[in-house]
Design a protein around this ligand. Sequence first.
Ligand code: FES
Length: 564
Amino acid sequence: MPTNTSKKLRSQEWWTGQAYENYARRAWLRAEGFPADVFQNKPVIGICNSWSELNNCNAHLRTVAEAVKRGVWAAGGVALEFPTISLGEMFMRPTTMLYRNLMAMDVEESIRANPIDGVVLLCGCDKTTPAQLMGAASADIPAIMVPGGPMLSGNWKDRRLGSGTDGRKLFDLFRTGQLGEEEWAEIEGGLSRSAGHCTVMGTASTMTSLAEAMGMTLTGCANIPAPDSRRLAIAELSGRRAVDLVREDVRPSHIMTPQAFQNAITVDMAIGGSTNAVVHLLAIAGRLGIPLELNDFDRISRRTPWIVNVKPSGEFLMEDFYYAGGLPAVMKEILPLLYGDALTVTGKTIRENLERAECHRREVIRTAAEPLHNEGGTVILYGNLAPDGAVLKQTAATPSLLSHRGRAYVFENYQQMRAEIDREDLPVDENTVLVMKNCGPKGAPGFPEWGHIPMPRALLNRNISDMVRISDARMSGTSFGTVVLHVAPESGVGGPLGVVRTGDEIQLDVPNRRLDLCVPADEIESRLSQFRPAAPQYERGYGRLFLEHVTQANLGCDFDFLRK
Ligand code: FES
């Protein structure tokens, strides 16, 4: 652990000296109305704000930034807020995942290029959290994260609605005529009732929780609802703490250690976290040169009980989770499975942080002795259909489908799936395995959340609500079902998923972690030899950079030149 340092602050390289540049930099900052003593070796804390009106989840972060500033000034620092691009999950096309690495580069370079000694990271919506952690990891100056928190629970009539999860279920009722236009309009108005991120254990809730599990937030910070006054209070405390982190020279590389990643994966399994956490944790670890692999997730999944009863795997919402004790209660419950000595931004260890944690509601946070499931939420599959791995959220799947053999019905791409999925005469039944190709990092491109292939209308009309679905896409963390994702290598680069034909048999065997195409090996080889890559969908700009450098899902989909 680093100790106090009296070394000259990084920002002083900009301010101190008699050269014209030093004079000009002081003069230009004083244009913002600061007195001359602002330059007297005070830690400059950048507040890295992903606020945007094009990202409703982060739309309250300017208020949060004001609270952070109070803390920074009170602790003797200088607070300077700066913007980065923001990634609004619902609005950006073709997918925010195309731009996660761009935001990470923006964060990293904004930190590196400016006269700041430490940074407070304000995030919320799905990709904004991993992008900030990736950028901060690479810049590696003292950093602390303040997520914006989940929005208020959704409401319709007397029902509480979880974003995405309930929205999709109700939309299936609308698709099949069981809900009318007026009811659907009411649901639209009540699903998202405030700023803040999605209200279930989707990707945003998962990634902010994992930021806390890794020690990058103050204890109990991740799950406070966005409109709750305690969100601003902890933001102010985080601002104060950021100043201390600079004085103590505690950097992300001191916090996000191999042990911290093992803790994050363990917590991910206990909370029934989003499958997207796999990709994001691999990417963040890659920035730090930490050798994390898909097998780490499966190994930890097998030993970690799922104890958090929150949608989409469970029953409750993020507000309930916070009131039940939130992440500290979970981490205390599974402390024997964690590296308790891991250092956090509080200056204390995980174990010390959790001393006062307690659970207030056992329906929401179970004990490790009486879990919802003996294993974690996410499992990793291998087989001749996924030589480099695939991901499935077993806690959101139908148990009877976890060992299943069925004939494939193949969609060559997302567009074909959309065009056919509501056909009354689609030749599928409950045993069919839906396969969708060309939805991976390069094939889509951008690795969109298309993997939750909607249930065919023909089956919904027969009250069949789940079937095995396989693709090289991701899915929203708010989604559910027996859905195999992240198949690697993807079909767009010649992976075996690309040679599946309608009528082939596929074997899903989750207990043995297998995913296989039941076709003779020489036939698979023959089909693979005929692979010809499609013409690139981007020939210039950022899209071209993405296509040329994005890695596959099992490596985290970061750019190859950004990994350490
Ligand atoms: Fe932003 Fe769900 S849309 S967290």
